[in-house]
Design a protein around this ligand. Structure first.
Ligand SMILES: [Cu+2]
Length: 469
């Protein structure tokens, strides 16, 4: 993990890298009445920022992200967001050229306490105008950030100031309300968490946040296609894909909250293995206890946030993922032909007469892709890549692991490695008498004369394209 670096907005030489406390700020920035804009370049989870003054709260941890340190100025809590182009590693092996805030996409998480007065400076370093809308917040209409409706757009090079009092605790998001289709497709979004003023209210032991987002980046390229409506090829959590998404490390019997916001163009049924949870909050506030019921999958619709809570009472490595199976894959074409049930030996013989190096694929399913190392264009991820202790996990995209371990320090979020299963608790191969299965089962075919098979040849290179939607 790297520490947060400090970038002086006005160009004064930066102080040594430190974590900013609520009151630690250089005199020069204070004199200029604008807080420095901290910036973060590491794509790895940064430690939570525990409160150094005011009411106590359990700070959130942003998957593959960080929390923006505030500055106190009288009774105002000040933050400085800089909208700018950023380079984001989606997973080791692939970087995307996105737009974000303070060096990252998504932008840093903002944390404050119910009743706080916040002043948010927003500087635009993009090539076009922008605004920020504070999704879910109760605020004066003119602070709502809808370009044209409640304020003029923030032109490139300009800084706007938003000021409001945080009227309720809960989970909020921020995103542009200016050229939204482009700016959100480029990665501009962030979380805004308001903790209850009463420290014991809705208290949990671990509190994680992440945003669902999606990109359409052609293999070998770096910039998302901003006009894509639904057929994205990279389904991400906080602009990361599995195996690049942080694991959620929790102590056994911890009360865990996970806050999930959806700023993609489709809904995502988020599924947790091994535990039941309840939805305890939406972007409209905390749910009433009598309105909750147990679930293992919560659908998060577009523009929604769901906070789920559970007691992590089962040790292990529990899968946690979107249940749309196309969303747990990395870049792939969706117009690939299905070959399940086709006898590829016969087919391959015929195709090789036309395409000598033809490689048959997928006649028993596509699991073989999980372990296959095929040459890929630069800056492209295999479509399913993650490995566990028993082999390839055969997933990418919106997938990670909740690691429940006994005896963790409450501030310990470090990866404990793979779960050591107690003896006789892992599914095992039957060693007794079994039916031999010599050939894969196929649909019985009407007997055909040689030469009857109708072949349609797909030119190499066209099968994985995205062109025909
Ligand atoms: Cu999904």
């Amino acid at each position: 993990m790297t520490s947060i670096s400090r970038r002086n907005f006005l160009g004064a030489s930066g102080a040594a890298a430190t974590l900013l406390g609520a009151t630690a700020v250089s005199g020069r920035a204070q004199a200029a009445a604008i807080p420095e804009a901290s910036t973060q370049s590491s794509p790895l989870m940064q430690p939570p920022l525990f409160p150094t003054g005011g009411p106590d709260y359990q700070p959130v941890v942003t998957l593959n992200g960080w929390t923006l340190p505030p500055r106190m100025n009288g009774d105002w809590k000040e933050f400085h967001l800089v909208a700018e182009p950023v380079v984001r590693e989606l997973a080791p092996g692939m970087k995307a050229h996105l737009w974000g805030y303070n060096g990252q996409s998504p932008g840093p998480t903002i944390e404050a306490v119910e009743g706080d007065k916040v002043r948010l400076f927003v500087t635009n370093k993009l090539p076009e105008h922008t605004t920020i809308h504070w999704h879910g917040q109760r605020l004066p209409n003119g602070m709502d950030g809808v370009g044209g409706l409640t304020q003029p757009q923030i032109q490139p090079g300009k800084t706007f100031v938003y000021e409001f009092e945080l009227r309720r605790s809960g989970t909020f998001m921020y995103h542009p309300h200016a050229d939204e289709m482009v700016q959100m497709a480029m990665g501009m979004m962030g979380f805004f968490v308001v903790h209850p003023r009463e420290p014991g209210f809705m208290r949990v032991d671990r509190d994680f946040v992440f945003l669902l987002n999606a990109y359409d980046i052609d293999p070998g390229s770096y910039v998302p296609k901003v006009n894509t409506m639904t057929d994205f090829n990279l389904w991400t959590w906080n602009s990361r894909v599995f195996p690049g998404i942080d694991h959620l490390v929790v102590g056994k019997n911890d009360r865990v909250r996970i806050r999930i916001g959806n700023l993609t163009m489709t809904n995502h049924p988020i599924h947790l293995h091994g535990h039941e949870f309840e939805v305890t909050g939406t972007d409209g506030g905390w749910t009433r206890p009598e309105s909750r019921w147990p679930e293992v999958t919560a659908d998060v619709a577009v523009g929604q946030m769901r906070a789920i809570e559970f007691v992590a009472d089962a040790e292990g490595d529990w899968a946690f993922h979107c249940h749309k199976s196309h969303h747990t894959m990395n870049a792939m074409g969706h117009d690939v032909r299905t070959f399940i049930g086709v006898d590829k030996k016969e087919l391959a013989k015929k195709v090789r007469k036309l395409v000598p190096d033809y490689m048959p694929m997928g006649s028993t399913g596509m699991a073989e892709m999980g372990a296959m190392e095929m040459p890929l264009p630069d800056n492209t991820l295999p479509m399913m890549t993650g490995y566990g202790q028993f082999g390839p996990i055969e997933m990418g995209g919106m997938f990670t692991v909740v690691k429940v371990r006994a005896g963790l320090d409450r501030k310990d979020y470090a990866d404990p490695g793979w779960y050591k299963h107690p003896e006789n608790t892992v599914a095992y191969e039957w060693q007794g008498k079994s039916l031999a299965l010599e050939a894969p089962i196929r649909q019985p075919q009407p007997s055909a004369k040689a030469g009857d098979v109708e072949l349609k040849v797909i030119k190499p290179g066209s099968a994985g394209s995205h062109s025909n939607h």
